[in-house]
Design a protein around this ligand. Sequence first.
Ligand SMILES: *[C@@H]1O[C@H](CO)[C@@H](O)[C@H](O)[C@H]1NC(C)=O
Ligand SMILES: *[C@@H]1O[C@H](CO)[C@@H](O)[C@H](O)[C@H]1NC(C)=O
Ligand SMILES: *[C@@H]1O[C@H](CO)[C@@H](O)[C@H](O)[C@H]1NC(C)=O
Length: 440
Amino acid sequence: MAKFIQKYLSFLISIVLYFNFSGHTFCYGSESNYLKNELMNPPNYVGQLAFYIFNVKQFGAKGNGFTDDSKAFQAAFQAACKVRGGVMLVPSGTFLLQPITFYGNNCQRYFTWQVYGLIVAPPNISGWKGISYHYQWILFSGFSKGITIQGNGVVDGRGNAWWGKSRNPPHVKHLENHLISPTSKKTLNNPFIAIRIAKSYKVTVRGIKIQNSPRMHIFLDECQQVTISGLTILAPQESPNTDGIHISHTQHVEIYNSTIGTGDDCIGILTESSDVRIHDVHCGPGHGYSIGGLGLNNQEAHVTNVHVYDSTVAYTLTGVRIKTWPGGSGYVNNITFSHITMTNVKTPIVIDQNYCNGKKGCTWTSKNAVAISGVTFENIIGTYSYQPASLVCSVYKPCTNILMGTINLTPSGRSGSPICQNAYGRVLTNTTPSLKNCLK
Ligand SMILES: *[C@@H]1O[C@H](CO)[C@@H](O)[C@H](O)[C@H]1NC(C)=O
Ligand SMILES: *[C@@H]1O[C@H](CO)[C@@H](O)[C@H](O)[C@H]1NC(C)=O
Ligand SMILES: *[C@@H]1O[C@H](CO)[C@@H](O)[C@H](O)[C@H]1NC(C)=O
């Protein structure tokens, strides 16, 4: 009887919760239902909706391309953030922003940054304020109750002012393995991630275009439940360190229906990240889909449960790759790359446990390595320009449980042979080229 009452009660409670929640959803939109279908057209400001839309122009933004609109953006954000389902609207126009931080700690649920206009960085290096300590250009931090960034607008980091300059800071390479507190004032001659989203939960990024970042385009750290779709990221092939999306200390991520072409990794997955699904993404030019580099400076790293599928890679340095520095520890486990089409990729399939990123004198300096196991390469087809596969694993920590099947890679230029060192596993089908002698 008690059990029955308990069940009955929990049923009643769930009904009450359901109506309560859907009531709010109706009024405010869990992801602003009203805006959900409004990626491409600015919404009409009608009736009850007006009270939660905060247009940066109403807060003094000029949108003329040269006036600093940072203060107006901050004011519009503070207002939008106070309201449940608040929308900070960036209408058409060109808005210049200095490095800016939006702290979401005190925001209500479901904040949305709706971008239809063009947002630009200062036009040259001396035009940037606070470059000695800012780690990024636009930072969203602490949105524990959800954040959506969407629209058909463009965010342009005007990176050509930085590329090729000697300010190619050493820190940038180390960023991969360092978690810098968003509030850190540590001196960093180290710009600039275009958009960084940190310490946030239920993050949605949809539809916008991000281009020409000084360095990385999107950096996600310490986030959970991230959905990125319909995104375009573009920077010239020769621009240095302009990775598309980097994920660090972040779990439960889906990235799909997006196009990324830059001078570095299209997507990089760094330590303490897991449950990452990437599909229907077009990558190139750039360096492909990468896990790592992990284990720099003898650090411990963990990456698990990554699936990249139904995607393409074209005109890149590598296609799908796992890269770890000698001397690190920890593990990479349960990684699947499947149904990936390669076009003229220099080396489509790569595991490199001796990754040194061009650092001098870097060899097997230590018996330690980030252990790599449970990696599946399945249905990888297309063309390569240098060699089809390169699996370079440590003699001390060999790669284990590597599975390869339905691989058909033919040369578009040089006809290289696969390289395989200390890799254990199974080849499940006939492959082109033959990988039979590749895995032990
Ligand atoms: C750099 O940009 C600023 C505007 O932010 C401008 O006032 C200045 O003249 C520019 N300097 C150079 C050297 O182009
Ligand atoms: C994919 O993204 C584009 C924008 O880049 C959008 O127009 C299209 O509707 C999206 N398709 C799906 C199936 O989501
Ligand atoms: C391996 O990762 C996939 C996601 O890519 C996940 O669905 C699956 O449960 C994981 N397997 C194990 C044993 O954790």
